[in-house]
Design a protein around this ligand. Structure first.
Ligand code: NAD
Length: 475
């Protein structure tokens, strides 16, 4: 029988009586079961979070920070078990899974050093005005399947540090590592401060519309983000939305193809392309297009696609069947339209496991689905450009605005281009670097609000201004 993982509600590990199967995408075997919860369990979790909020909000921030630091240490101490479990449910190769687990520990440890200080906004003979930050209350956290633990801690840290309590829902596709983490950290905070609840997608809207949840922090697709905004509008819940992206990488003619080929490859193919901030469109200047596209293709042919638990695998399977079918459909569409493939093009949907071969397209048109849509799979279009003006317009021609990158020997030129891109983050000569101290958020339909940094932390608070009139104190 598959291992059963429990939820954490009010400090207790609990079941719901019904179970959901969790499948390993590398072989389609059921590897675990998690509680299938509905409104009743959600009500219990929210009630526990509400009760715990009363004292947690008054707990000194140093104590809240210490609890979070303890969680970071627990992850480090158990990293091997956690990364193996993560590979088995998510599919990413062990090295990348280890990166997510250790990255989660790092993000907790570093982000929890942030603080929320009062700001004096007027100090005059007439009055003293001070702005303080107060926690919003009970937070509902909703997480996707591509980085299950990292996205969970990304929500737990600012919630707990700011004095909120949280009910966190992992994706039904990847709840195991998160529930194991829940079990490991359950005694680091008082009962009810952090609760983990699992269920089908239908549990999400119940959270969005729950009258006793004050804020939703969500990472996932833009389509779901819009539904959340709509659901949250009923009682004006606070929301933070981290959504999809169609990030453009721009390679200028002065970039050295030998130096950047491998990095460009991984900017697209890390986690089999299932990264919101993966490079999903790569624009290469025509002067170096042939040399660089060949160098990327040559490197791609050295990377092994397979089961992430096997040594030497660079690209694992797609995490779930629905996404697998979508990526195959995009490849079929490229074939039907006669686009040229530099690598791949022969997905083989036979056998077990959701494997898609590394696929690189050679200069498809701008309106190709593979260019215009977020692929979220190991499929990358390379496109040729001639002028800076043209490539900036093409990069900005998207409803998304998450991130982007510029590759150049001249960082000043890179910055000049970066400042014209309509995205929340732009890297020059690197990719996917997220700082715990800087806001990370999308422009346009890639998000609403930000995570990380002071700005991200403040999203879990209301401002409160207290003003004392100094020259009017009754005798
Ligand atoms: P998804 O939107 O399908 O699901 C995300 C979560 O929302 C899951 O927990 C799911 O159960 C829940 N959910 C589904 N329907 C819901 C509803 N109506 N109301 C409330 N919750 C609901 O996304 P996914 O397929 O799990 O993840 C892939 C997407 O996430 C991609 O578009 C990717 O770009 C995006 N993503 C964004 C970031 C970022 O930081 N911007 C990071 C990772 C992933």
């Amino acid at each position: 029988m598959a291992t059963q993982y429990k939820n954490l509600i009010n400090g207790e590990l609990v079941e719901s009586g019904e179970w959901l199967d969790v499948v390993n995408p590398a072989n389609e075997q059921v590897i675990g079961q998690v509680p299938a919860c509905g409104a009743a369990e959600l009500d219990r979790a929210v009630a526990a979070a509400r009760a715990a909020f009363k004292s947690w909000r008054k707990t000194p921030i140093e104590e809240r920070r210490a609890a979070l630091q303890a969680m970071a240490k627990i992850i480090q101490d158990n990293h091997e078990e956690l990364y193996r479990l993560l590979t088995s449910e998510q599919g990413k190769p062990h090295e990348q899974a280890k990166g997510e687990i250790m990255g989660s520990a790092y993000m907790i440890a570093s982000q929890s050093t942030l603080s929320l200080e009062d700001e004096v906004t007027e100090d005059s003979a007439q009055r003293l005005s001070r702005t303080r930050r107060v926690p919003v209350g009970v937070v509902g956290g909703i997480v996707p399947w591509n980085f299950p633990l990292l996205m969970a801690v990304q929500k737990i840290v600012p919630a707990l540090l700011s004095g909120c309590t949280i009910v966190l829902k992992p994706s039904p596709f990847t709840p195991l590592t998160t529930l194991r983490f829940a079990e490991l950290i359950k005694d680091t905070v008082p009962a009810g401060v952090v609760n983990f609840i699992t269920g089908e997608d239908s549990l999400g809207p119940l959270m969005t519309s729950h009258p006793d949840i004050d804020k939703i922090t969500f990472t996932g697709s833009t389509a779901t983000g819009k539904k959340i905004m709509e659901g949250a509008s009923k009682d004006l819940k606070r929301i933070t939305l981290e959504l999809g992206g169609n990030d453009a990488s721009i390679v200028l003619p002065d970039a050295d193809p030998k130096k950047v080929a491998e990095q460009l490859f991984w900017s697209s193919f890390t986690n089999a392309g299932q990264v919101c901030i993966a490079a999903k469109r790569i624009y290469i200047h025509e002067d170096i297009y042939d040399e660089l596209s060949q160098a990327i293709a040559d490197y791609a042919k050295t990377v092994k696609v397979g089961d992430g638990s096997q040594q030497g695998t660079g690209v694992g399977p797609i995490q779930n069947k629905k996404q697998y079918e979508r990526v195959l459909e995009l490849i079929e569409d490229a074939k039907d339209n006669g686009y040229k493939f530099l690598v791949g093009g022969d997905a083989d949907p036979t056998g077990s496991g959701y494997y898609v071969p590394i696929t690189i397209l050679d200069n498809p048109p701008e309106d190709a689905r593979i260019v215009a849509e977020e692929q979220f799979g190991p499929v990358m279009p390379l496109m040729k450009f001639s002028t800076e003006e043209e490539v900036i317009a093409r990069a900005n021609n998207s409803d998304y605005g998450l991130a982007g990158a510029v590759w150049t020997a001249n960082p000043e030129k890179g910055i000049e281009i970066a400042e014209q891109l309509e995205t929340g983050t732009v890297w020059i000569n690197e990719f996917m670097h997220i700082s715990p101290y800087a806001p990370f958020g999308g422009h346009k339909q890639s998000g609403f609000g930000a995570e990380y940094g002071k700005e991200g932390l403040e999203e879990f608070t209301y401002s409160q201004v207290i003003t004392v009139k100094r020259d009017n104190i009754p005798a």
